[in-house]
Design a protein around this ligand. Sequence first.
Ligand SMILES: Cc1cc2nc3c(=O)[nH]c(=O)nc-3n(C[C@H](O)[C@H](O)[C@H](O)COP(=O)(O)OP(=O)(O)OC[C@H]3O[C@@H](n4cnc5c(N)ncnc54)[C@H](O)[C@@H]3O)c2cc1C
Length: 515
Amino acid sequence: MNREIFITQLQQQAEWDVVIIGGGATGLGCAVDAASRGYKTLLLEQYDFAKGTSSKATKLVHGGVRYLAQGNIKLVTEALRERGILLRNAPHVCHTQNFIIANYSWWSKLYYGIGLKLYDLMAAKLSLGSTKIVSAGYVLQHLPCVKKQGLKGGVVYTDGQFDDARLAVNLAQTACEQGATVINYCRVAEFIFTDGKITGVVAEDVLHKKQYHLKTKTVINATGVFAAMLMKAANDNSASIAPSQGVHIVVDKKHFAGTDALMIPKTTDGRVLFAVPWHNKVIVGTTDTAVNNTTIEPTATGEEVDFIINNFNSYAAVPITKNDVLSVFTGLRPLIKKEGVKGTAALNRHHAVFVSPSALITVTGGKWTTYRKMAEDAVDKAAEQLHNKNKSVTATLKIHGYTIENDISYLSVYGSYAAVIEKLWQGDERLKEKIHPAYPYTKAEVIFAVRNEMAQTVEDVLARRIRLLFLDAAAATASALSVAQLMAEEMQYDESWVQTQWNDFIQLAKQYLLS
Ligand SMILES: Cc1cc2nc3c(=O)[nH]c(=O)nc-3n(C[C@H](O)[C@H](O)[C@H](O)COP(=O)(O)OP(=O)(O)OC[C@H]3O[C@@H](n4cnc5c(N)ncnc54)[C@H](O)[C@@H]3O)c2cc1C
């Protein structure tokens, strides 16, 4: 992927078949789908790929046990199918993960045991392993950190886990391999209309402050929490957004030994909470709080962090405190209210595709796990507008980096491209140097992110190519200057770029730190 080449393509293409706005899971999925159907496809993202909600998920590839408890069979069945497809097509960034529900009453052991057996059955051929009802001894062996007192046993089930931002970058690469042009830091500023229908967009290259007037036959709005705003710009006022934020904290593995995840089925506000091992740390979350502002970098409140810590501690043998938190990250759920559609919750869980009178196609709701199906449904609408009903082929399309080789090193998320990083190490001893002494990441991954993954800023590297900001915000802060200097050398930027990037990153990282 090369941004300069893509900017040239932007200027040369007389008319696009599909322009996709938004480079999160949904938009990138649409780009893969549209390009692999043979459409001339352009994706524009105003920041970096997955800068929005798509880098701030709980990292589960799941059917949604919570939705099963609510009796939402159709939603769970669809998500379980997509879970299976994703694990099959992107095994380098997605893997199976055992979850344990620790039960402190016989009744809950039976209740969750039966419920999760059903969850398994619903996955049918794409089941990841059978649910087991286990003893207290088993639970303590696999989750040595949970409270022993009163423990009656547990239920073990299998779901999927993934690296969200890395999958997003891999989707961008897959879309390019299929012929799409994908550009980060390129905002759609307005629509161009002909006789009331959208026939183009005005795109703004944010990095070089240049505008482009682009012609297109169809436009897909995949802007998550910004979707209603884009609909308004397309003269459709039928939707509004009511975002709800979800917070996660990240703690060291010493607070949660073992490789299994804990699922807390009922928090004090009646939700579920997970503690999931991830890149050698543990993510604990999430929350659900209605907020007024739609912003790309939402921040956690003290109450939300307390809520997570208190609910985790109600199961933990040794309680954690705020001092143990290495990073806090927050995402916004796109709760969209649409005239004629009842409630917001329904839209949140199910995905929906609307077509505005100006022909703008908006796809929203759903979850990361179902991004592929959401994209298929949105591109089906574009296909109708194009009068060219090529069918989606993404159910069997392998994602960039696909490999079934079982690499157990931290480079496994690069899949078949891990060898390129190893080659960088062999070619230049300096690139073997770590960017932080406590973490395995080396300078080679920074160079790789610039050359192959369209990283433009220090944040792109430390937040979404290497996930250090999410794992340990203080360590990411400490690495920022050397990463900025290395990038400047590679991209031929001057000292003032280094200073600006360093300062910008430090400001951002403060939001991920508790103190
Ligand atoms: C707290 C939380 C936890 C979650 N956990 C999970 C989980 O474990 N598993 C799961 O399957 N799902 C999970 N989800 C759901 C999942 O993360 C989202 O459904 C998904 O990321 C939404 O992707 P999106 O592409 O629709 O939106 P986004 O990722 O927000 O992408 C929209 C993009 O549009 C861009 N954009 C906006 N306006 C413009 C413009 N004018 N021009 C160009 N670009 C623009 C934005 O910059 C943004 O990058 C979670 C969600 C939350 C909030």
